[in-house]
Design a protein. Structure first.
Length: 279
């Protein structure tokens, strides 16, 4: 079967539009806990546009434009997060790319996927052993590819293979949950992105992350123009005010690690003040 415009593929249904495909994929997706405030309710299977937009790290309006088939500069990072949220296979991911931006994905495997980044059982066991401290793994572009149960309790969005930087810099709730948002979190994070871009200037996932953040936030553009550079957050003491802590402010020491087998993986452990790793 052939895709519109002569772009073909046996796994892409002939004649189906992008809106039709997206609605079908969204309706079959498994409902997840994507809202921190939504009351439990009886519902059918599938995700709402609002839920899917939150999982993909964009506004409901931005996702709605895509589902209506409106042309825009949709980034690879956004399309890959959408693929992950919808649980698409690689053929379906390619179909999404072809219909949304007219070309296949740069990588045959989604860069934010565990398979692409090298997540395995040994690394997952290491994360689990850090409990009760939250721990997680990100790839080079800060896509969360592995986590333990405490991390999922603290940051529910991360368990949907979210992106650490997009949530921290663009999500409205991040400004409330990350104490001293601009000074302690946003500016250091932008400095880390700048440093990573200097180290890996040809990495498309990093370039896409930078473009998306700067395109969606005037405040981020203003901080970016300060041209600050930060290598990592290892050893930093920062404060959080999360819903799971019921309004209590928590101080955490960040332990950031690199694996010897790959310089493209980051392991992070959040040590609550007075609590040791593996305690």
């Amino acid at each position: 079967m052939e895709l519109p415009g002569g772009l073909g593929g046996n796994d892409a249904p002939d004649g189906e539009s992008l809106p039709e495909l997206l609605r079908s994929w969204r309706n079959r997706a498994y409902p997840r806990e994507v809202s921190e405030t939504a009351a439990p309710r009886r519902r059918r299977s599938g995700l709402t546009q609002r839920e899917l937009a939150r999982l993909a790290g964009v506004s409901e309006r931005w996702y709605g434009n895509l589902e209506r088939g409106e042309p825009a500069e949709y980034s690879e990072g956004f399309l890959d997060r959408l693929s992950s949220a919808l649980g698409l296979g690689e053929a379906e991911r390619s179909a999404l790319y072809l219909r949304a931006i007219g070309r296949p994905p740069t990588s045959a495997v989604a860069p934010g996927s565990a398979a692409a980044a090298g997540m395995d059982l040994t690394l997952q066991q290491f994360l689990d052993n850090q409990a009760p401290n939250p721990a997680f793994v990100t790839d080079l572009a800060w896509n969360v590819i592995g986590w333990n149960d405490p991390l999922r309790e603290w940051f529910p969005w991360a368990a949907q293979q979210g992106n650490q930087m997009l949530w921290a810099l663009l999500a409205p709730q991040a400004r409330k949950q990350l104490v001293d948002w601009e000074g302690s979190w946003a500016r250091p994070y932008l400095g880390q992105i700048r440093y990573a871009r200097a180290q890996h200037p040809d990495d498309e996932a990093l370039a896409s992350l930078e473009r998306e953040i700067l395109a969606r936030s005037a405040e981020a553009r203003k901080m970016w123009n300060l041209r600050e550079v930060h290598e990592h957050a290892d050893g930093d003491l920062r404060r959080l005010r999360l819903p799971c802590h019921r309004g209590r402010e928590v101080s955490v020491r960040i332990v950031a690690l690199r694996l010897m087998r790959s310089d493209r993986l980051r392991v992070n452990v959040l040590m609550e003040s007075g609590r040791a790793v593996g305690a």
